[in-house]
Design a protein around this ligand. Structure first.
Ligand code: GLY
Length: 579
């Protein structure tokens, strides 16, 4: 039974719950010996302390960064159900230390095979409000279960029964409800109430649980256990798959069992660019993140950023964002199904031409108009470094908070509403105000374009692992974080710094409260920019900095969220200063 109760004991993982999966984890831990050649410190940072703890537990049990990534992803699915989950997808950027191999695991959702370009348009050709956001018609075919099994099998060293154990315990025994859960549930209360299975799971007793109540998710624990025992096939075939399809179809969705059978993870080559001595490794399509970051960094490469005054600097960054996001809207989509002129978009010559069009005194107007309605409060990110130097940056999503608000009864799986990331109609904005073209139109089996941007920046003396949630603002946040990170700023400052964003359309700079001074805002307005002052901060960056010189690792979890970072293992003593 799902439900909530007032806490009687410590939350799961820190208490004494001796369930079978935990026992296997502890036995494994006792058996495991330190490996030779380990780096001094390992680190996990995520948007939720219990997910961070799950990753640490699995690392301490002898798992590597990839096993820990499975554990953290699954734990986040339980304790941050509003951000990601088994019913969603994501991108896991991996670096394997032993041979330097880097890959992006694409566990992005796909459109069902019965989907079509016009599926959210009414008889007048207008987008039906809410149809791509609430309920099972909004859900793409989930990729996270397949991605977790793939990572465990090809990169991890622990069985899924061990790496999923913390998440199973958290789902079965529960976790204490926090203020973020309550805020997100309030935001999505209507669709959650509209679905009896979602209401039973997330609004036990018909109410948003109180802070500190223990929320249990027994059906989700059973589904996780089935995956732990039988791998991804437990989700994509057989009884769970049948339940998913029946529940979706009963409420107007269009999934078939073939959609689930056919789902496949894809290994993608990351997008690599070079900037000021760093090698920046970003997400490949169907994420737009790596391409836009490469374009923006290349446009910025020849500008003396540190020598610019604050108005010039923000103006330049905004103009660079505007140009890259314009290309996102025009050209980007699932390159397995449409032609994307990648070589052209990534060529330094093209970026230099775009940069030359920037007028340092005047804003370049964007053509067209759109209205942004979403604030990008969904999605999640975590970063991991193990003592062998393996690392993971992963950004996961079910799109809107609590996804589609629909749970397939008997599975505990909350479905995404990632279909809204397609361009529903050319030029019409999605929930984040993003417009798109035919490249990102809906087609059967196609992956919707994403902004999720797990990223590494590497130089001989410093490695930065970062990413954040935040809808369309993810990419501009990662750009700002990278610029700070490459400058050598401390991790805590990078994640805390005020943010601003431009995405071509709507043609305005969105500014976090207090991020820019009144003087800078007036200077920007004098250059022709429209400013939108946001009422709330945004983003939830989870970052690791590894300074290789003294082998010192630091983590920082965005102060806007409730996440936490853990570093463990002994740091080498700092070198004495030169006389
Ligand atoms: N659903 C958010 C993204 O993929 O960009």
């Amino acid at each position: 039974m799902n439900g909530s109760r007032r806490p009687k004991a410590e939350p799961a993982l820190s208490g004494g719950a001796q369930k079978a999966p935990l026992r296997s984890l502890l036995i494994f831990c006792l058996l495991c010996l330190p490996l030779p050649g380990m780096a001094q410190q390992a680190a996990v940072v995520s948007a939720h302390p219990l997910a961070t703890e799950a990753g640490v537990l699995v690392l301490q049990a002898g798992g590597n960064a990839f096993d820990a990534a499975v554990a953290v992803s699954a734990a986040l699915a339980v304790v941050e159900p509003y951000s990601s989950g088994l019913g969603g997808g994501g991108f896991w950027l991996l670096h394997r230390a032993r041979d330097g191999y880097q890959v992006m695991i694409d566990g992005r959702e796909r459109a069902p095979l019965a989907a079509g370009a016009d599926m959210y348009l009414d008889e007048h050709g207008q987008v039906t409000p809410g149809a791509s956001i609430d309920g099972p018609l909004a859900a793409g075919i989930p990729g996270e279960p397949a991605a977790l099994a793939h990572i465990a099998r090809h990169y991890g060293r622990l069985p899924l029964e061990v790496s999923l154990a913390p998440a199973i315990i958290l789902a079965r025994d529960g976790f204490p409800v926090d203020p973020v859960y309550r805020r997100m549930a309030r935001l999505r209360e209507a669709p959650l109430r509209a679905d009896p299975a979602a209401a039973a799971q997330f609004l036990p007793g018909g109410e948003i649980p109180a802070e500190g109540d223990i929320l249990t998710q027994a059906d989700l624990a059973d589904t996780l256990t089935a995956i732990a025992q039988r791998g991804a096939r437990a989700f994509y075939r057989g009884e769970i798959a049948a339940r998913l399809v029946d529940a979706v179809r009963a409420k107007g969705g269009i999934w078939s069992e073939r959609d689930l059978h056919d789902y496949a993870v894809v290994e993608r080559t990351p997008i690599v660019t070079h900037f000021h001595g760093y090698r920046v490794v970003g997400a490949a399509l169907p994420s737009s993140g790596g391409i836009l970051l490469a374009q923006m960094l290349t446009m910025l490469a020849d500008w003396p950023l540190d020598a610019l005054g604050p108005v010039d600097r923000v103006h330049l960054l905004v103009e660079v964002m505007r140009r890259a996001y314009a290309d996102r809207a025009r050209y980007l989509g699932d390159s397995d199904q449409v032609h994307v002129p990648l070589a052209h978009l990534l060529s330094p010559g093209y970026a230099i031409r775009l940069a030359r069009q920037i007028d340092l005194q005047h804003a370049t107007p964007s053509a067209g108009s759109s209205v942004a309605v979403g604030e990008g409060r969904d999605t999640t990110h975590f970063s991991i470094l193990d003592r062998e130097g393996n690392r993971v940056a992963a950004t996961l999503s079910i799109n809107y908070p609590f996804g589609s608000g629909f749970v397939a009864s008997g599975t505990g799986v909350l479905l995404n509403d990632e279909m809204d990331d397609f361009s529903l109609k050319p030029g019409v904005a999605n929930a984040y105000g993003l417009v798109g073209s035919g490249a990102n139109a809906i087609a059967p089996g196609k992956r919707m374009l994403s902004s999720m941007s797990p990223t590494f920046a590497e130089r001989a003396d410093r490695i930065v692992i970062l990413g954040t949630p935040g809808g369309s603002r993810i990419i501009s946040m990662v750009l700002l974080g990278l610029l700070d990170g490459l400058d050598g700023s401390p991790a805590a400052e990078i994640v805390a710094r005020g943010r601003f964003h431009h995405q071509y359309l709507p043609d305005r700079i969105e500014v976090e409260p207090g991020a820019l001074s009144e003087e800078v805002l007036s200077g920007l307005q004098r250059r022709g920019h429209t400013i939108r002052r946001l009422e709330e901060p945004y983003g939830n960056m989870q970052l690791i900095v590894w300074d290789l010189g003294d082998d010192r690792v630091t983590t920082a979890s965005d102060p806007r969220g409730i996440g936490s970072g853990r570093v463990f293992g002994a740091a080498r003593p700092a070198k004495p200063a030169s006389p």
